[in-house]
Design a protein around this ligand. Structure first.
Ligand code: EMZ
Length: 390
């Protein structure tokens, strides 16, 4: 696989020429092609038009790479359209906004401080597996409101629930998550003591005048586990890599902690932890002057839109205090990321803790994680990032 030589803290934009030229580019995905929409305006427009570009297609088909061959459970609310989407989303919206509360931030700060205690004691640490993955898993126990201990089990699943090191679509791996969720849903249904977690919340919820089925609850939980896993791990890892290369920005945040809110937005714009998300056309349509046939796929390329020079000045630079930052890293429209408040809090607390406690991050060794989308090679994060934190 060709890898571009670039310093560890740089994330080049591979889409510039195609975005400027046609603004759309077709790639193959397991024989089911995808037209990648690249410009900010058209990505937003297509995301907004859920009637033409639906999410409720065959489960797995809006994901790129397509997961139709490895799962048939619909993820909820992600793989539904209005009116079902509206009703499902209403059941979980408040729950996923809990991260904005003060107690949540306090708990997250304690948790992230614990991760730094470990990293600082260890000296050298491999960030992806020994810092970001445990951090993501342990932070997820706050979102689920379940015992912290559960995370130790999830850490064993690795950085992605449907992918393993040598297989980008690993069906057997998905089964371990499914079996775990079946057991957890059954446990929550019979154990009155566990009334405070997300499973219990979903078991009590009323959807269109009835209770959710175990299958629907599982659909919500799969999304909760899968959607925020590699994305959060990449965002955390990339943040450490960025500040390793830019200690001056960390010093600015230390001086001026209010900057961290803008820094989070700018870093997620720059990293775009999720490259794109697909949609399926419900009828013949046109995007960026290009015909899109009914039942064919497009993808909304958040990563390409986030570097669009028509919208962002100096798009390929991290402007740590960038004002007005209409990035699309958490999507756009009715499907915008449910986990965004949690992810933003994780990154804000991470950056504030870094600024407070860390003087220097030294990169000892790294291996980039380069995704390949047709002609585009895109660095999304790292397979391995070994650093010394002091
Ligand atoms: C799906 C997706 C959701 C998909 C917002 O993203 O995340 C991917 O990592 C999963 O593979 O199934 O949950």
């Amino acid at each position: 696989m060709p890898t571009k030589k670039c310093p560890f803290s740089e994330f080049p934009d591979p889409f510039a020429a195609a975005r400027e030229a046609e603004g759309i580019r077709e790639i193959d995905d397991q024989g089911d092609p995808v037209k990648m929409v690249l410009g900010h305006r058209n990505v937003r427009k297509s995301a907004h038009d859920w009637k033409t570009f639906q999410s409720g297609a065959t489960p797995g088909r809006i994901v790129v790479p397509s997961e139709v061959n490895i799962r048939d459970i619909r993820q909820i609310p992600f793989e539904t359209d209005p009116p079902e989407h509206t009703a499902y989303r209403a059941l979980v919206e408040d729950w996923f906004r809990r991260p904005l509360g003060e107690a949540y931030e306090v708990a997250l700060t304690e948790l992230i401080n614990g991760e730094f205690d470990r990293a600082l004691t260890a000296g050298a640490v491999e960030v992806v597996h020994d810092f970001s993955l445990p951090l993501q898993s342990r932070a997820l126990t706050l979102l689920l409101n379940c015992p912290r201990q559960e995370a130790e089990h999830w850490i064993g699943w690795g950085t992605h629930v449907f992918r393993s090191d040598d297989d980008p679509l690993d069906g057997s791996k998905a089964n371990q998550l499914y079996d775990y969720l079946d057991a957890e849903i059954a446990r929550a249904a019979v154990d009155p003591k566990s009334g405070e977690d997300l499973y219990a919340h979903l078991l009590q919820a009323e959807y269109k005048g009835r209770k959710l089925t175990p299958e629907e609850i599982k659909g919500v939980m799969i999304l909760t586990f899968a959607g925020g896993r590699d994305t959060v791990i990449n965002a955390v890892t990339n943040t450490l890599a960025y500040f390793a290369g830019h200690p001056e920005d960390l010093a600015r945040i230390k001086e001026n902690p209010e900057l961290s809110t803008r820094a989070v937005e700018e870093l997620v714009r720059y990293f775009s932890p999720l490259t794109h998300m697909g949609r399926v056309a419900t009828k013949d349509a046109e995007v960026s002057g290009c015909p899109v046939a009914a039942d064919s796929r497009i993808s909304l390329s958040w990563a390409a839109a986030n570097r669009d020079p028509n919208v962002f000045e100096k798009p390929n630079e991290v402007v740590i205090d960038r004002k007005g930052n209409p990035h699309l890293s958490f999507g756009f429209g009715i499907h915008k990321c449910l986990g965004a408040p949690h992810a933003r809090q994780v990154l804000k607390v991470l950056i504030n803790t870094l600024a407070k406690r860390v003087k220097k991050i030294e990169v000892l060794d790294h291996e980039d994680n380069i995704e390949q989308w047709g002609e585009f090679d895109r660095k999304v994060g790292f397979h391995r990032l070994k650093v010394r934190i002091s």
